[in-house]
Design a protein around this ligand. Structure first.
Ligand code: KG4
Ligand code: ZN
Length: 338
């Protein structure tokens, strides 16, 4: 229940540092006033995030990013009512940088500290731009997680399906590595897929129980199929890179939609949501909208800037928690798992 003594207006600084993006955002009375994101390019040459390098880069970026967020919002530190920060899940070294910076700020300003769950914040990204109709079935697709969430109201959610191995973002990233493309894999595969034939090849879906997902099989399937084709024609990859990307992307999107469709048969909802880094994928966005149209459901998808990791979603989730009087103490620790 909301605490009636709490202010209905608020200015909150959100900080995100769970993986390889350092970000800070100011939300004032429900409106995002700034959202500064500093992405770490260094991981590209390693084909994935190197945790030690990520925490070092956060350490250098975090203060300038916070200052820029405050300046852009035209807000000074003394205007802040609370600091919201990602507490987990994520990489330990990366989380520590954000949480300790937030603790220092909250302590020196004498204001509350709010610990935000990164996954919950991805769902909150939808609340920045929409007034959600609940219950909502939300598909959360990121580099570390793939979940089907039944959101009963703004503060109450139930996970009804989850990946049993890799996340779908990982399937994009690992697939990209196999194809010799860069990191992160999702955007580069999606770009090449635009010019390819989606029906060139169909990758098999893995059998899972209930509403669970599995994505480790599809990248192995890509690897073995590619090896076999390259033995027959050494130019196969060069000749069909775009077709392979298009087929791989379509198979991944179909695997996701199959579970959404199944969940809609079981759960009676008023709307559909799509969140997390992979929600930036255009094919997935189109297919989710079509699924919503077929079922006569409102579909919410964040603008591109709120899809991949950003602090605006942390500030928004923090604002909701603040309204409910949900704060953490200075002894709070980061957590790496959901
Ligand atoms: O939510 P996010 O920024 O970080 C995590 O919390 O994991 O998600 C990052 C993931 C990466 O796996 C990246 O390849 C994927 O989102 N991604 C995409 C696209 N843009 C980012 N996947 C498919 N298509 C895209 N356009
Ligand atoms: Zn994320």
């Amino acid at each position: 229940m909301a605490n009636p003594l709490l202010k209905s207006t608020s200015t909150i600084l959100g900080i995100e540092s769970s993986c390889d993006d350092t970000s800070a955002s100011v939300i004032q009375n429900g409106e995002i006033r700034s959202n500064i994101i500093s992405s770490q390019e260094i991981h590209r040459k390693y084909g994935g995030v190197v945790p030690e390098l990520a925490s070092r880069a956060h350490q250098s970026h975090i203060i300038p990013v916070i200052h820029e967020a405050l300046e852009t919002a035209k807000v000074s530190k003394k205007d802040l009512d609370a600091i919201a920060v990602t507490q987990g899940p994520g990489l330990m070294g990366s989380l520590i940088v954000g949480l300790n910076t937030a603790k220092g700020l909250a302590m020196s300003l004498g204001i509350p500290l709010i610990g935000v769950n990164h996954l919950r914040a991805h769902v909150s990204a939808l609340q920045i731009e929409n007034k959600i109709e609940y219950p909502m079935l939300c598909l959360l697709v990121s580099g570390g997680h793939t979940q089907l969430i039944l959101q009963h109201n703004e503060n109450d959610a139930e996970i009804i399906g989850s990946t049993i191995d890799d996340a779908v973002g990982e399937a994009f990233d690992k697939g990209s590595k196999i194809l010799g493309l860069g990191y992160p894999g999702g955007p580069v595969i999606a770009k090449l897929a635009e010019k390819g034939n989606r029906d060139f090849h169909t990758f098999p879906d893995s059998q899972t129980k209930d509403l669970d997902f599995s994505f480790s099989g599809i990248k192995t399937s890509l690897l073995y199929w590619l090896r076999k084709e390259l033995e027959i024609n050494s130019e196969f990859l060069n000749e069909h890179r775009e077709d392979i990307c298009a087929s791989y992307e379509k198979s991944l999107v179909n695997m996701l939609l199959k579970r959404v469709k199944k969940a809609l048969k079981i759960h009676n909802v008023k709307s559909l949501g799509l969140v997390g880094g992979v929600s930036a994928n255009r094919l997935l966005r189109i297919e989710m909208k079509e699924m919503g149209n077929r079922h006569n459901l409102q579909v919410y998808i964040p603008s591109f800037e709120y899809c991949t990791d950003n602090a605006a979603m942390i500030a928004k989730a923090g604002e909701i928690l603040f309204r409910h009087g949900d704060c953490i103490g200075l002894e709070a620790k980061p957590y790496t798992r959901a």
